[in-house]
Design a protein around this ligand. Structure first.
Ligand SMILES: NCc1[nH]cc(CCC(=O)O)c1CC(=O)O
Length: 366
């Protein structure tokens, strides 16, 4: 019968809550999978339609097929509001839900059983009856520089004054600008392939893009990366987005069968760091999405360090904080994020956030 390859014994003792967005719940215990006659025969996996999203869904599907050879897994790729609207400035939407709304509707009405997302794209407050079923092992969470084909530069520091960096993220442009005030920034939209094509076009005004390493690596385009950016990068630090690099799978809240299937994909350190980062963001955003940078490092087992930054929408002001503490459970991670949020506010994030919240109403289509 189904002998899924449980690499570690974590599923039987990890104090991870399968419904991570409900912080008050007591930790659930994942029992090792036993083939169950009443278990699902077929599981429908939803994803966005972009090439990267489909690669990610296939990665999940391949793992699950290996772990559960008796179950049929089928991928359903669909366009979302976010895919269709490439013109409105991203920050004007306020909520991140435009990437997930259609998929969540299908999840709730049973056409889908799980939806694969980049954790980074998931709103901190999921719609009612939706939950995070698992967070998978994190791919490299850092941001990276991709130079235009034919340019001999590798790093931001080498770029001549006035060079144009392509990014639509205030978090990225604000952090780069504070270290390299002589660089210029321009919005660049579309899926990762489209962005690279715009960068490399002969008449392109961009010298480079700043992107997430994870997306490029999953597309197998790692050879285009010319510089990795992190807090220790020479010439200035760069913190990544909350959840960046981790895939998360959304399920119907209380769907124990699907959650059990997903326990084989869950990664403890990713789950705890992702939970802490999202708790931090939840405390700060007040309904609006806010440019927050984080960098999470496990100093040793159970000891988490997170560096964090909040930047103003114009990229001029910023506040920073970092925290090192023991994080063994999802509850610890939630607390860690909350405390770090308070530290950030004490260090000046409050004024930045008040301005953001005053100018941008949140949009919640559900
Ligand atoms: N903004 C869209 C998005 N959402 C997740 C990733 C990267 C993959 C990941 O973080 O898992 C990207 C592309 C990018 O920022 O370069």
């Amino acid at each position: 019968m189904a002998t899924h390859e449980q690499k570690e014994s974590t599923s039987s003792r990890t104090p991870l809550d399968p419904t991570l967005n409900v912080s008050e719940k007591s930790p659930a215990i994942h029992l090792p999978h036993k083939s169950n006659a009443s278990g699902p025969r077929k599981i429908n996996i939803g994803t966005r339609k972009s090439a990267l999203a489909v690669v990610q869904a296939e990665l999940v599907c391949n793992h699950l097929t290996k772990n559960y050879p008796d179950i049929e897994f089928e991928i359903h790729a669909m366009s979302t509001m976010g895919d269709k609207n490439q013109t409105t400035a991203l920050s004007e939407f306020g909520a991140k839900s435009l990437w997930t709304y259609e998929l969540e509707s299908q999840l709730l009405d049973g056409r889908l059983d799980m939806v694969v997302h980049c954790l980074k794209d998931m709103p901190t407050q999921l719609p009612e009856k939706c939950a995070i079923g698992c967070i998978m092992e994190r791919e490299d969470p850092r941001d990276v520089v991709v130079m235009k084909k034919g340019l001999e530069y590798k790093s931001l520091a080498e770029l001549p004054p006035g060079s144009v960096v392509g990014t639509s993220s205030v978090r990225r442009s604000a952090q780069v600008k504070s270290k390299y005030p002589e660089l210029k920034f321009k919005d660049v939209r579309g899926n990762i392939g489209t962005r690279l094509a715009k960068l490399d076009a002969e008449d392109s005004e961009y010298s480079c893009l700043v992107l997430a390493a994870a997306g490029i690596l999953r597309m197998d385009w790692g050879s285009r990366i010319t510089q990795y950016l992190d807090s220790k990068t020479e010439g200035g630090g760069m913190l990544y987005a909350v959840g960046q690099g981790a895939l998360a799978i959304e399920v119907r809240e209380g769907d124990d069968k699907i959650t059990e299937v997903l326990s084989t994909l869950s990664n403890e350190e990713s789950t705890l760091a992702g939970t802490a980062e999202r708790s931090l963001m939840r405390r700060l955003e007040g309904g609006c999405s806010v440019p927050i940078g984080v960098e999470a490092t496990w100093i040793e087992k159970g000891k988490l360090l997170i560096k964090s930054i909040v930047v103003s929408l114009d990229g001029v002001e910023s506040a920073e904080a970092e925290r090192l503490d023991e994080v063994l459970t999802v509850k610890d991670a939630e607390e860690f994020g909350k405390t770090l949020a308070q530290d950030l506010v004490e260090n000046g994030a409050g004024t930045i956030l008040d301005k953001i919240n005053a100018t941008r109403p949140a949009i919640k289509p559900w």
